[in-house]
Write a protein that binds this ligand. Structure first.
Ligand code: NAD
Ligand code: WQD
Length: 339
C-alpha cells in the first residue's frame, strides 16, 4: 500500500511517516521545505531503516500537483499535513494562510476526484471549538467563530470536506482534530524545530532550559482554574502519529460509518501551564527560569478532549504521559543544540 504524506518532513508529518513505515506502508512524501529541512529524510531513514520516496513539491502550484498525480497512479491513501500553522502570522498575512491551507486542499481533492482516490485524512485542530461551553469537549460541540485566519482555514477546510463528501462517489475522509501536540521521537532524531522564537509552550520551555531564551513568560495566573494558569490537553506526538495509522486503516478497511468523520485526538486530560512547567522541572531535574506575566490576548481558558469517540469508535487511545513527552522534547532539544 502506498500512502502520500503531504508535509511529511514537518513536525507531525515526520513522526507519522515513521509510524506508517513501522506498520508496513510504502510512503511518498511531498513537501516544499517552507517549514522543514531535507535532512529529516535521513533522520526518518535512520529510525525506520527505510528512506521514504520524496518529491519536493509546492502544493500551491496546481499544475505541479496534477503532474504529481499523473506520475503516481498507485496511491492508496493521502494524509494531508501541509499547511501554515502560526496563529500570529496568520493575522499579519491572512492571504498566505487562505492560499496555503485552502488552495492546496482543493487541488488535492480535485486530484482525488479525478483519480477516484478514496482515502483522505485531514489535519484539523481543536482550535475549531474556540472557547468551549462545556468540558471535556466532544465532537458534537459547536464550532465557534474563529479568532484567527489560521483557525478559520481549519473550519473552512472541514466545510470543504463535508460539502465534497456529500456529492463525491468515491471520497472517504476523516478529519482529526488535534489538541496540543508535544514531544519527540525517542531516538531524538526528529522533533519540533520552530523557526525563530517559539510561540508554543513546550518549545519555549526547552529552549529556555537550553539557554537560547532567557526566561519563559507564563501568560497569566489569574484565570478561573485551580492554579490560575490556562489548561490544555497535551498529547505526545508519537501517540498522535499512531492515530493517523489507525484512521487510515479505518478507511482502507471500509470500517468508517459515513464518508466524512471527525475525531478528537487528545489525551482527555487537562494540564495547566504551571503543571507543565513543574513536570518539566521534575523530569529534567533542573529549575526553569520563568515569570508570570499578563494574559496573552486570544487565549482560551481551558480546553481538553472528550476522547470517548476516538477510544471506542476509532479504536485509538493515547498511551504516553505528559512526562514522557516532556522528557523526549528535552532530549531532542539537547541533541539539536549539541548539549
Ligand atoms: P509543520 O510546519 O512542522 O509541518 C508542515 C509541513 O508542511 C512543513 O514541512 C512544510 O514545509 C510543509 N508545507 C507547508 N506548506 C506547503 C506547501 N504549500 N507545499 C508543500 N509543503 C508545504 O507543522 P506541524 O506542526 O507538523 O502541523 C501539521 C498539520 O497539523 C498542519 O496542518 C497544522 O495546521 C496541523 N495542526 C498542528 C498543530 C500543532 O500544534 N503543531 C495542532 C493542530 C493542527
Ligand atoms: C499553550 C498554553 C499559553 C507560550 C496553539 C494554537 C492552536 C493549536 C495549538 C494548531 C497557553 C501558554 C504559551 C508561552 C505560555 N495549533 N504559554 N507561555 O495556544 O493552546 O494553541 O497551538 O492548530 O491553534 O492556537 O498552544 O502552546 O501556544 O499555548 O504561558 O511562552 O501555554 O498561554 O495557555 P495554544 P500554545
Amino acid at each position: 500500500m502506498k500512502i502520500l504524506v503531504t508535509g511529511g518532513l514537518g513536525y507531525i508529518g515526520s513522526h507519522t511517516v515513521v509510524a506508517l513505515q513501522n506498520s508496513g506502508y510504502d510512503v511518498v512524501v511531498v513537501d516544499n521545505l517552507s517549514n522543514s529541512s531535507i535532512d529529516v529524510l535521513d533522520r526518518i531513514e535512520s529510525i525506520s531503516g527505510t528512506r521514504p520516496q520524496y518529491q519536493e513539491l509546492e502544493l500551491r502550484d496546481k499544475s505541479a500537483v496534477t503532474s504529481f498525480f499523473e506520475k503516481h497512479k498507485d496511491i492508496n491513501g493521502i494524509i494531508h499535513f501541509a499547511a501554515s500553522k502560526a496563529v500570529g502570522e496568520s493575522l499579519e498575512n491572512p492571504l498566505l494562510y487562505y492560499e496555503n491551507n485552502l488552495n492546496t486542499l482543493v487541488y488535492l481533492l480535485q486530484e482525488c476526484e479525478k483519480h477516484k482516490l478514496a482515502n483522505f485524512i485531514f489535519s484539523s485542530s481543536c482550535t475549531v471549538y474556540g472557547e468551549p461551553d462545556s468540558l471535556p469537549i466532544t465532537e458534537a460541540a459547536p464550532v465557534k467563530n474563529a479568532t484567527s485566519p489560521y483557525g478559520n482555514t481549519k473550519q473552512i477546510a472541514e466545510e470543504i470536506l463535508v460539502d465534497l463528501c456529500r456529492v463525491s462517489e468515491t471520497l472517504n475522509s476523516i478529519a482529526l482534530r488535534y489538541f496540543n501536540p508535544i514531544g519527540a521521537h525517542k531516538s531524538a532524531e526528529i522533533g519540533e524545530l520552530p523557526k525563530g522564537a517559539p510561540q508554543n509552550l513546550v518549545p519555549f520551555i526547552t529552549q529556555t532550559a537550553a539557554g537560547i531564551r532567557e526566561q519563559l513568560s507564563v501568560f497569566g495566573d489569574d484565570y478561573d482554574t485551580e492554579d490560575g494558569s490556562c489548561i490544555r490537553d497535551y498529547i505526545h506526538v508519537v501517540d498522535l502519529a499512531n492515530a493517523h495509522v489507525v484512521a487510515l486503516e479505518r478507511l482502507l478497511n471500509k470500517k468508517n460509518k459515513s464518508n466524512y468523520e471527525v475525531f478528537n485526538i487528545g489525551t482527555g486530560r487537562g494540564s495547566s501551564v504551571l503543571e507543565v512547567v513543574h513536570a518539566f522541572e521534575k523530569v529534567t531535574d533542573q529549575k526553569l527560569n520563568y515569570k508570570i506575566v499578563d494574559r496573552r490576548p486570544g487565549d482560551v481558558v481551558s480546553v481538553y478532549a472528550d476522547t470517548n469517540k476516538a477510544n471506542n469508535e476509532l479504536g485509538w487511545k493515547s498511551e504516553k504521559t505528559m512526562e514522557d513527552a516532556l522528557e523526549s522534547a528535552w532530549e531532542w532539544e539537547k541533541k539539536v543544540r549539541g548539549i
